[in-house]
Design a protein around this ligand. Structure first.
Ligand SMILES: [Zn+2]
Length: 310
């Protein structure tokens, strides 16, 4: 086994986790840095300041570093195009960081990075045809076919949160379409739907705070006793089941791996499975599973795997 280590930066938009893994994928060291909502150029400053701090006690240097970030990224050119629809730039960040720190640097989108982690250290050991779906604040997927991650012509593959949920609720999405998966089944979507549907369920005990997000855990744990929560969970499960089945028809995976904060506690998974059509799912022989990589580290391991430049 090599003594080389690989540095990863998992940047989720409001916080940054920096850490290292060895060539077997074991996490050796991590350090978390909190930012807030920021523009892309501010994000660059925040990343370099955090790296300066991290490297202060760092000897010897890792073999390479990888950056997993929100938004649209060109992995081959090392360019970060945008954080989201509002925060755009064309930042050649991999080259900038590589020159500044004197080690090779690579970048990819955060969900594709997690799919890389899954490919190298998770279900990829058993499957070369799988889909990794992240259900967190938003929803996106990494599709692996023949051991290769689908990127697309504009580095925009996998934005499956903006496909139709199969439910006609009449909810407008920021992308311009109606009833997108993300509006009904993500953390952001569950918060939105809780507020939208609460007036229909005046007896609900679900807390709907004005100054923070509705707790997804509350929605799940109250689903057996509270009619609003039952409705929200049922709608989210049906949305995700529809998404999974549509994706199965596109890339013919043998495994679907779920990760992200909305599914990681496992409460939603059986409810999704109840709604899957056995004929549609007949070739998904390994089933629908939760990632075995630790939820708090999958983004970091993904970024480190980007550093391995697979
Ligand atoms: Zn949309």
């Amino acid at each position: 086994m090599s003594n080389e280590t690989f540095l990863g930066l998992d940047f989720g938009g409001t916080k940054l986790l920096i850490g290292e893994i060895d060539s077997e994928g074991s996490v050796l060291r991590t350090k978390k840095y909190h930012s807030g909502y920021m523009e892309q150029d501010q994000a660059l400053n925040f990343i370099t300041q955090s790296l300066d701090d991290y490297f202060e006690n760092e000897k010897p240097k890792p073999a390479a570093m990888g950056l997993g970030v929100v938004g649209r990224v060109d992995n081959k050119q090392g360019i970060w195009f945008e954080m989201d629809g509002l925060r755009k730039g064309e930042l050649p960040i991999a080259g900038m960081l590589s020159r500044r720190y004197g080690i090779p640097c690579f970048i990819d989108n955060d969900v594709r990075s997690a799919a890389r982690a899954e490919l190298r250290f998770g279900y990829g050991k058993r499957s070369q045809h799988f889909i990794y779906i992240n259900v967190g604040t938003g929803i996106a997927a990494g599709t692996v076919s023949d051991g290769q991650i689908l990127t697309g012509g504009h580095c925009n593959a996998g934005e499956v949160g903006h496909t139709h949920s199969g439910i006609n609720a009449g909810i407008d999405c920021i992308c311009g379409r109606k009833d997108c998966v993300e509006m009904l089944a993500s953390g952001k979507g569950l918060d939105f739907c809780a507020r939208l549907y609460a007036p229909r369920f005046p007896d609900t005990a679900l807390k709907i705070p004005n100054d923070e997000k509705v707790s997804v855990l509350d929605i799940f744990t109250m689903a057996d006793t509270d009619e609003l929560c039952k409705f929200l969970v049922n709608q989210a499960a049906e949305t995700l089941a529809n998404l999974l089945m549509n994706m199965v028809r596109v890339s013919d995976p043998d495994t679907i791996v779920l990760g992200g904060g909305v599914v990681s506690d496992g409460i939603l998974l059986p409810k999704i499975k109840e709604k899957l059509n056995s004929h549609t799912m007949r070739y998904v022989t390994n089933g629908v599973v939760l990632t075995e990589l630790k939820a708090e580290h999958i983004g970091l391991i993904g970024a480190c795997t980007v550093a391995m430049n697979l």
